[in-house]
Design a protein around this ligand. Structure first.
Ligand SMILES: Cc1ncc(COP(=O)(O)O)c(C=O)c1O
Length: 393
């Protein structure tokens, strides 16, 4: 069904979400937001679980999980047998990093703009094993895909044991050329983990075409699945020896046995994936993703013109726009966080403020429920935040 022709988006679709519409939410990228119809399906699964937990855990859940994996695989151009569910992208990246054997002198290659928690996990693993972290340069706002790939290729050698590349960077909303990165890694005989936390539902994700060794993705962000819904895809030859961060009964009994049961938990978020995919398609699927990216571009241009500042990721076809803000004074991550808290607490506006070397930037997201007036409103709110910040300085 081509829902984009029949379903009005923006304010018209807001009743589908239980979001507090008294607040301005232009931050879908942070935690996602789940529509009522998907939450209702999750509740139905939870009711079935609580009606008879033993029957559910032993007889219903194993098959239901695999059916969800198959549905997700069809969306990602992958095979369901290669998809395990994890609570979030952080957990998926942890599973890969903590399953590999690193030794003194081995190298783990990351890049500038890497997601903080994943960078910390890599440093933790390196610290315990004597491995070394090497960082491929990725400047923002002037990062360039060809230069990035060239820089990455130049770092790979016989000591490189793992490369991690984000599909879309978190602090700068840049789409990285993961397919080219996979090619370069393959040529060098080095495995590649793609961190696609922001990928599924925001841009097209074609796992077969990317051809990495592992791809981690969130469904709770841009696919609007319930919170705690993510996946780890592993190429067939990378599944042996890959363990979840929680070892349980399935240990050494195969990839899916290990990941499908990690102890008693509420797995209903995974079982709501089909409903989330159906909702995504109902709103237009590829047309929705394109509409959201267009809206983010309009928002980026609007905010940059309003503040007379750069729109940093204009070349990137994503549903998030990065615009520098004219705050006075020094820039630091702590200051950006404090200002972001003020934005939410005093102005009821949810938009991340992110410190980069040249200043504090706002990252605005565009999802189905957003429309251009949201960003006009945001510009006025940011004017007041900037003014009061100057007055208080
Ligand atoms: C690139 C990247 N990796 C990992 C994460 C972590 O996602 P989660 O909190 O779902 O683990 C994020 C979150 O924004 C991200 O952008």
């Amino acid at each position: 069904m081509d829902g984009s022709k029949t379903i009005a988006l923006g304010a018209a679709i807001r009743p589908e979400w239980p979001l507090d519409w008294g607040k301005l939410t232009v931050n879908h990228g942070a935690y996602g937001a789940t529509p009522r119809c998907v939450l209702a399906v999750q509740s139905e699964w939870r009711d079935r679980m609580e009606a008879q937990p033993s029957i559910f855990m032993r007889s219903i859940l194993p098959g239901a999980l695999r059916a969800s994996a198959d549905a997700l695989a069809a969306f990602l151009n992958a095979d369901g047998q290669d998809i395990a569910f994890v609570d979030n992208a952080t957990t998926g990246c942890n599973a890969v990093l903590r399953s590999l054997d690193f030794g003194p002198g081995d190298e783990i290659v990351l890049h500038g703009q890497i997601y903080g928690a994943v960078g910390k996990t890599a440093r933790y693993v390196a610290g315990r094993t004597g491995a070394r972290i090497v960082e491929a340069p990725l400047p923002f706002p002037d990062g360039d895909a060809a230069a990035f790939i060239e820089g990455l290729a130049g770092l790979l050698n016989e000591r490189t044991k793992l490369v991690i590349v984000d599909h879309i960077t978190s602090p700068s909303a840049m789409v990285l050329p993961v397919q080219a990165a996979a090619r370069v890694c393959r040529d060098a005989g080095v495995p590649l983990l793609v961190d696609g936390a922001h990928g599924p539902g925001q841009i097209e994700v074609d796992i077969r075409a990317i051809d990495a060794d592992w791809y981690v993705g969130n469904c709770h962000k841009w696919l609007a699945a319930p919170k705690g819904c993510a996946f780890l895809w592993a190429r067939r030859d990378r599944q042996a020896g890959l363990h979840p961060t929680t070892i349980s009964h399935g240990f050494k009994q195969g990839f899916l046995s290990e990941f499908d049961w990690t102890g008693t938990r509420d797995a209903t978020a995974f079982l709501a994936i089909e409903a989330a995919l159906a909702f995504h398609e109902k709103l237009g699927g590829a047309a929705l993703r394109e509409r959201n990216a267009d809206l983010a571009h309009q928002a980026g241009r609007l905010l940059a013109a309003h503040f007379g500042t750069p729109y940093g990721n204009e070349a990137h076809p994503v549903a998030m726009a990065m615009v520098r803000l004219p705050f006075a004074g020094a820039t630091s991550a702590e200051r950006a966080l404090a200002l972001r808290d003020r934005l939410l607490d005093e102005f009821g506006c949810d938009a991340p403020l992110i410190a980069h070397p040249d200043g504090i930037w706002v990252r605005v997201s565009a999802h189905a429920y957003n429309e251009i007036v949201d960003y006009e409103k945001l510009a006025r709110i940011l004017d007041r935040l900037i003014e009061t910040d100057r007055a208080g300085a």
